[in-house]
Design a protein around this ligand. Structure first.
Ligand SMILES: Cc1ncc(COP(=O)(O)O)c(C=O)c1O
Length: 433
């Protein structure tokens, strides 16, 4: 192939992506920024356009093959083209994409979720994590009659005006242009892991409806909660009559069938799920105590044309049935550990300062820092160097996320991971400062 060169170890190195580049130029004429979500606009050297995926692999429009650690930014927990998922979706689309009324997958998928979260009673279906987080906030406000909420710095709960506050340090007056200008009046930010700071806010104020958190801070470093922290948050919420909301959009059905609730044994009032639950098809959910969820029939609006559509829920039933096969989460954990260990060893061999965190099939790699234990550590990592590494990985057939996170699926084999580690060694060599 013309755009592929060979290095001394006969590893194919992609030099350019002419068809992707042309596709991007064409897309820029019709799509805002040439992409479908703003985050992708900054992809280096430009967004790659894909044609198909299978198992752990993706193929782009230039005919290059990649091992995929992006997984659609998380949903493709079964990799691409899982036969059970494909059959379920293909069969359902022939029976109708959406009915706007009841069908068996609504309750069958809900039963799966309640089996995974046996301490909770009811499910609401929605479409994206952003929407489900907003629904959870509304339910908490309706229950408590309070308007304010607490969230932790660096956690991500979707892109809505109120939820985006605190995700990243502000560079201007707002988190995004066009943001409602009174959001700060309602949102109270606390450092992750700081029981004293949370206790202080909840003791000083009587207007807090909810505490939101990612039980593992995945979006800023894959940082586990300090021991006892989640239990302390639960206790504080109980003491102050505040609704505790776990945003398990990433961790749910990924680190265990019952997500972080199963792993840490602390039960919130509401759990928000999305991404992995439908294996790549659009779906989110709010799982919670009946007293909270049943408010949707007593004047608390929960709406959405596509809520609970049979296509998404057929996908969810198939995905969860696959994930429920005994041994699946052990396999995902082992794959994550193999990758993380290999990345650490490669950094050490190359003499590059870096830190690698791993929980289940989620891995975080940061360069220029010796550990990532806090949001500040995460922000201190060398983003420019990592972005160079990301391009060198891409050139060697490894597709990864910006920011250093890697997702693994049930389809990532030991061989995939070992090939990835060879590519990582070579990529490190190419960018070594
Ligand atoms: C923890 C968390 N919550 C909420 C969201 C928002 O989900 P969505 O992108 O489906 O709106 C995300 C997305 O990455 C997330 O990681």
């Amino acid at each position: 192939m013309k755009n592929v060169a060979t290095n001394e170890q006969s590893v194919k190195i992609i030099q350019s992506w002419p068809n992707s580049e042309a596709a991007f130029r064409r897309a820029q004429k019709s799509l805002g920024g040439g992409v479908s979500t703003g985050l992708r606009a900054g992809a280096q050297p430009h967004p790659i356009f894909f044609e198909r995926g299978h198992g752990s692999k993706l193929w782009d429009v230039d005919g290059n093959e990649y091992i995929d650690y992006v997984l659609g930014w998380g949903p493709n927990i079964l990799g691409h083209g899982n036969p059970r998922l494909v059959d379920a979706v293909s069969e359902q689309i022939q029976r109708g994409a959406t009915y706007g009324s009841g069908h068996r997958f609504e309750y069958e998928a809900a039963e799966w979720l309640l089996k995974a979260y046996p301490q909770l009673d009811r499910v609401l279906w929605s479409n994206t994590g952003t929407e489900a987080d907003l629904t959870a906030l509304r339910l908490a406000r309706a229950t408590t009659g309070r308007q304010h909420f607490v969230r932790f710095r660096g956690h991500y709960h979707g892109w809505s005006d109120q939820m985006i506050v605190g995700y990243r340090p502000r560079t201007g007056v707002a988190d995004t242009r066009g943001q409602q200008d009174d959001v700060d009046d309602y949102v109270h930010l606390v450092p992750w892991g700081d029981v004293g700071a949370l206790s202080d806010v909840l003791s000083r104020r009587d207007d807090i409806a909810a505490v939101f958190l990612e039980p593992i801070l995945v979006n800023s470093g894959v940082i586990a909660p300090p021991p006892g922290f989640l239990a302390a948050v639960r206790e504080l919420c109980d003491r102050h009559g505040v609704i505790l909301i776990f945003d398990e959009v990433i961790t749910g059905f990924r680190i265990a069938l019952g997500g972080a609730v199963e792993r840490f044994g602390v039960v919130p009032d509401l759990v928000v799920l999305a991404k992995a639950i439908a294996g790549g098809v659009t779906l989110s959910a709010i799982v919670g105590r009946a007293a909270l969820i049943d408010q949707v029939t007593t004047g608390t609006t929960h709406a959405g044309t596509y809520n609970g559509n049979p296509l998404s829920l057929a996908a969810a039933c198939a995905t969860i049935a696959e994930l429920a096969v005994p041994g699946t989460f052990d396999q995902l954990e082992a794959a994550g550990a193999r990758l993380a260990t290999g990345l650490r060893e490669a950094l050490r061999r190359a003499g590059v300062v870096g830190a690698v965190n791993q929980i289940g099939p989620i891995v975080q790699c940061g360069l220029g820092v010796t550990e990532i234990c806090t949001f500040e550590d995460y922000l201190g990592a060398d983003v420019d160097l990592y972005n160079q590494l990301l391009v060198e990985l891409l050139r060697r057939g490894v597709f990864t996320l910006p920011g250093g996170r890697w997702y693994l699926s049930t389809e990532h084999s030991d061989e995939d991971i070992d090939r990835t580690l060879d590519a990582f060694d070579a990529a490190l060599g190419a960018v070594r400062p």
